[in-house]
Design a protein around this ligand. Structure first.
Ligand SMILES: [Fe+2]
Ligand SMILES: [Fe+2]
Length: 243
């Protein structure tokens, strides 16, 4: 089972990139096993909070793609792989916005945390506003990617939008990881957490007709590879200046 964009034009783009080939698992570090043999038992192995946080891991990898792409746009816009950027925006839409944000956070977690009160509750309105802003930016990125080319004057605004999105979502996910998800978990007893873990697993399988995390992980690794961003060592910081 592969994670397939519903939009035919996006599906074609994924197919062209070889990302929809059944069983075509990339031999990259961090790349998922095929869903069929993922060996993921479910709630007993991956709690709802761990699931949410590793979903953030996939989204953070897309933020890195956005940041790196912004650098390419500024340094050498003619070399930009706009279609690959469109794939990243499409994956963010399907896995981040439609599933993680709408089906889990907005439908279940946020209302419960808001009702519980406390520090987590005071963040919810801003987190929802940031989801909305993120969707606006991803719409903008997708529109440019679908057009197939950057027109005069579009390069810098696109680079700025990608960077501002990454800046926003980095702290957004960090506050969810450290405050909101912990508040949600604290509001549940062990049995309730198990039940929610099962429920989230069901939502994931209904949404993606398979293991959405493994499918998204496979796809983000494919986009990284296409853009030459798959070598972890390229991000190792240079040594500091001698003092
Ligand atoms: Fe969120
Ligand atoms: Fe989130």
């Amino acid at each position: 089972m592969v994670f397939e964009p519903a939009d035919p034009s996006r599906r074609a783009a994924f197919a062209a990139a070889g990302l929809l080939t059944a069983g075509a698992v990339l031999s990259l570090p961090g790349c998922a096993k095929p869903a069929a043999d993922a060996g993921k038992k479910g709630a007993a192995d991956v709690s709802a909070t761990e699931d949410l946080m590793r979903e953030h891991g996939v989204l953070r990898r897309l933020l890195v793609i956005y940041r790196e792409t912004a650098g390419v746009i500024r340094a050498a816009a003619a070399t930009l792989d706009l279609a690959a950027l469109g794939q990243a925006a499409d994956l963010f839409r399907r896995f981040g916005e439609n599933y993680h944000e709408k089906a889990l956070e907005e439908a279940h977690i946020f209302p419960m945390v808001k009702k519980a009160g406390g520090a987590g509750s005071s963040l919810i309105d801003t987190l929802i506003a940031q989801h909305r802003r993120g969707r606006e930016i991803n719409d903008y990125v997708t529109g440019l990617a679908t057009s197939g080319r950057l027109g005069t004057g579009q390069a810098e605004p696109l680079a700025a939008a990608l960077e501002s999105f990454a800046r926003m979502y980095e702290i957004h996910a960090a506050m969810e990881d450290t405050v909101v998800f912990q508040a949600w978990r604290d509001s549940l007893n062990a049995k309730e957490l198990d039940s929610w873990s099962d429920k989230f697993e069901d939502i994931e399988h209904q949404t993606f007709k398979g293991d959405g995390f493994d499918l998204a992980l496979e796809q983000v690794a494919g986009i990284e590879q296409r853009l030459g961003l798959s070598d972890l060592a390229r991000y190792t910081a240079p040594a500091p200046p001698a003092t």
